[in-house]
Design a protein around this ligand. Structure first.
Ligand SMILES: [Zn+2]
Length: 66
């Protein structure tokens, strides 16, 4: 088994209705995919996320076995 990182948008407060989730090999890649998703699905600019938001999102990234 290999370690990977996952993020499910519905775990984020206020995003319970969003079905999107991402899995990637590194946290860095998950951040990129989260950013893309936020842009496409939620019309958010990840560059605007403050440190508090980033710290919160970081807690939602889970380590998984694939
Ligand atoms: Zn979403």
């Amino acid at each position: 088994m290999t370690k990977a990182y996952s993020y499910a948008c519905r775990d984020c407060e206020g995003m319970e209705a969003c079905p999107a989730s991402v899995v990637a090999e590194s946290r860095q890649e998950v951040w990129q995919l989260m950013g893309n998703h936020a842009r496409i699905a939620h019309d958010e600019n990840p560059d605007d996320w403050d440190q508090e938001t980033r710290d919160y999102l970081e807690t939602l990234i889970k380590e998984v076995d694939v």
